[in-house]
Design a binder for this molecule. Sequence first.
Ligand SMILES: O=C(O)[C@@H](O)[C@H](O)[C@H](O)C(=O)CO
Length: 479
Amino acid sequence: MEKFMNENFLLKNETAISLFHDYAKEMPIIDYHCHLSPKEIYENKKFKNITEAWLYGDHYKWRAMRANGIPEEYITGNASDYEKFLAWAKTVPMTIGNPLYNWTHLELQRFFGIYETLNEQSAPGIWEKANALITGEGFGARDLIVKSNVKVVCTTDDPTDSLEYHQLLKKDEDYPVSVVPGFRPDKGLEINRDEFLEWVGKLEQASQVKIENYKDYLAALEVRVQFFHLVGGVVSDHALDSMVYEEATFDEVQLIFAERLTGSKLSLEAEKKFKTFTLIHLGKLYADLGWAMQFHINAHRNNNTNMFKRLGPDTGYDSINDDQIAKPLVSILDSLEQAGMLPKTIIYSLNPTDNYVIASIINSFQDGKTPGKIQFGTAWWFNDTKEGMLEQMKALSNVGLFSRFIGMLTDSRSFLSYTRHEYFRRIVCNLIGEWVENGEVPKDMELLGGIVQAIAYNNAKEYFQFQGVTEGTPISTRS
Ligand SMILES: O=C(O)[C@@H](O)[C@H](O)[C@H](O)C(=O)CO
């Protein structure tokens, strides 16, 4: 029987062990999509205890605690940090089979040197050990990122954000990590939401463009795209909970936008036309600037109305949506491709039944110049599990090029989540190791090691071309 989470955790054969320890383990990290706070990074936020670092924003843990019958008071409520830690410790043993169990122990091992399993009995001792470290030197937000060998953090930012802290971090030449903004214009596409007109006002302020019509609106968005670019942004991100496509002309959308400015809500068809035209317009801006465009598709958000009213979004009340995506997704991509303005694109769906749909669509739009220009994004959210990752990797391998995959991101709000890259790398190495052990792939460690390092880091470095990132070499393509 394997010892619990030992050095060869998830590595089931000699090839996998060698690929991980000799090639993957030491590679740097590019976290090209996360929800960390640039303010907390700039200020090198110090955590008052392990609860603040672990439980203040991680709705993955919150969901597990609720499912374990923990009252909300001990999750997001008024209980003390120690009481919340005990509630999490009580839940952890119940999470076996969920990556939370392994992530939790990887974080205890890697950041705190704690190799005990966390449960109600070990909680008091672990609370003391972890807090003695996390309140001391070297455990600020910046430190944890550097300790994790992270070279780039790409946050998720509204177009109206001042990017104050990204700009301050950009000036800090002593900090060896690029912290860049991710352009996330969801509030500017969700035209039927109550808060849309208020957001347009914020966009006017941020862009200094008076928005009296749709043309002004696009101009204001472009001003913000250019500003993000100036600050080092090269990635956009769109939460497309429903993937839509509805042919529309500029004149039609001009009238639709004018109608919304009066305060009226729009028909579903009008909403789709606005979203389609605006998304394609933004895609062309991204292509012009060499940005990567991310689509996060098929999330079903904020299901619990009572808790949404109480806690807001991203608090653990979301699920997988089951809209069909193929036709509208292809139409969006093809519209951009026909205009010669399809940017690098990364497509994620929260619904794993879309895996082969996406894995097959991406190769309809590769351009024969940029390796892996169109990407099937890494297993996302509820799929960020051993099985979910393997399913995504196998779909990509079976109908695309696994070797050109830009790999993992944390998508997290916790500074302790970088061990998810190790978890991912172990799964990658074991998958390739199994192919070798089965005789499906030759044991060419130079080739396989290069592919592992490409998926771990080098592909993302080449793909995004983040400013200031120089380490790493592109995958060697054999003649
Ligand atoms: O970017 C998103 O929309 C999601 O990743 C969302 O932020 C979600 O709360 C999350 O963090 C899933 O990992």
